[in-house]
Design a binder for this molecule. Structure first.
Ligand code: TUI
Length: 315
């Protein structure tokens, strides 16, 4: 059995968080991961506060285990979502794509545990000073918004930089990844791509099929020109976007409007031509659609086998 201090911090059975995948992580997926013994999260993405409140209410009817909300800090609705989690008495918030400092005082006053994604040791130290309960060190192998460093170099450096519990993310999809994270000094993992194919994940079947078919080299990073690099599967859309980035004839505004709505088209419509299918580099290791509970169980049974007695958290 693998039990780490993260389990006690969050009141969970397995030290695993589900990634805050915009448009994807709704009450259905979050409650399934929480019922499986991990920490499920509703991803606010670019959604308004009212949508987040609705999903929180739904999730409360679907699980009596702890679950959280992920706040994407680039969202135009970040302020109202930040208030919604206080009003709805959410106990854990993860943040992504920015610096959560401006919300921290209010969240801490409301008793919320804040766990920011950090792409660097500097950001890890900053959020530690601001009162974070833990940090998620997310390497650029992950899907969606990515930092520069890989998981294998980021995790140990963040572990050395802060005294907070560190959760590893980016490129983790099976027991070997969990084992590697624990060996690097993390006390838990965050997993996104593998949960895309959870039975309880409500995305379009085309999205699941694309993940199940993907090979190791099938992702691409776009968005560097506008300062928000995003990893997704290579599709007509992402290749065209990539080309446009290097086309000096197109303005930043035109480029930005070309990308609008592409994630929704992937998740809701399964639009293989115009959709942006966010995915980590680990998709080829995602083999089948299965219940979230089976995914969690498999990952930790696998990690125990790999680790044997080599890690203090294996009992
Ligand atoms: O946030 C993610 N993954 C995401 S967010 C997203 S939606 C999106 N929409 C528009 C533009 C870009 C994305 C899809 N996937 N992961 C967590 C993450 N956070 N990765 C990297 C970071 C990060 C980056 C910079 C966290 C903090 C940070 O701070 C910079 C600063 O100084 O503010």
């Amino acid at each position: 059995m693998i039990r780490t201090p993260l389990c006690d911090l969050l009141g969970i059975e397995y030290p695993i968080l589900q990634g805050g995948m915009a448009w994807v992580a709704d009450a259905s997926l979050a409650s399934a991961v929480s019922n499986a013994g991990g920490l499920g999260l509703i991803a606010a993405g670019n959604a308004p506060g009212a949508w987040v409140r609705e999903e929180i209410k739904k999730a409360k009817t679907m699980t009596d285990k702890p679950f959280g909300v992920n706040i994407m800090l680039l969202s135009p609705f970040a302020d109202e979502v930040a208030q919604a989690v206080i009003d709805e008495k959410i106990t854990v918030v993860t943040t992504g794509a920015g610096n959560p400092s401006k919300y921290m005082k209010d969240w801490l006053k409301a008793g919320i545990k804040v766990i920011p994604v950090v792409p660097s040791t500097a950001m890890a130290k900053l959020v530690e000073r601001a009162g974070a309960s833990a940090v998620i060190a997310e390497g650029g192998e992950s899907g969606g918004h990515v930092g520069d460093l890989t998981t294998i170099v980021l995790v140990p450096q963040v572990c050395d930089a802060v005294t907070l519990p560190v959760i590893a993310a980016g490129g983790i999809a099976d027991g070997r990844g969990v084992a590697a994270a624990l060996i690097l000094g993390a006390v838990g993992v965050q997993v996104g791509t593998r949960f895309l194919v959870a039975s309880e994940c409500t995305i379009h079947q085309n999205y699941k099929n694309k993940i199940l078919k993907a090979k190791d080299i099938d992702t691409i990073v776009t968005g560097k020109r506008l300062g928000h690099p995003v990893r997704s599967l290579k599709t007509g859309f992402s290749r065209e976007y990539f080309q446009k980035e290097y086309d000096s004839g197109i303005s930043d505004e035109e480029l930005e409007s070309f990308g609008v709505g592409a994630l929704r088209k992937a998740v809701k419509e399964g639009d293989e031509k115009n959709g942006c299918f966010l995915s980590g580099q680990i998709a080829s290791m995602v083999k089948k659609e299965q219940p979230a509970a089976e995914i969690v169980e498999e990952m930790f049974t696998g990690a125990e086998i790999v680790l044997g007695g080599a890690c203090k958290w294996v009992k």
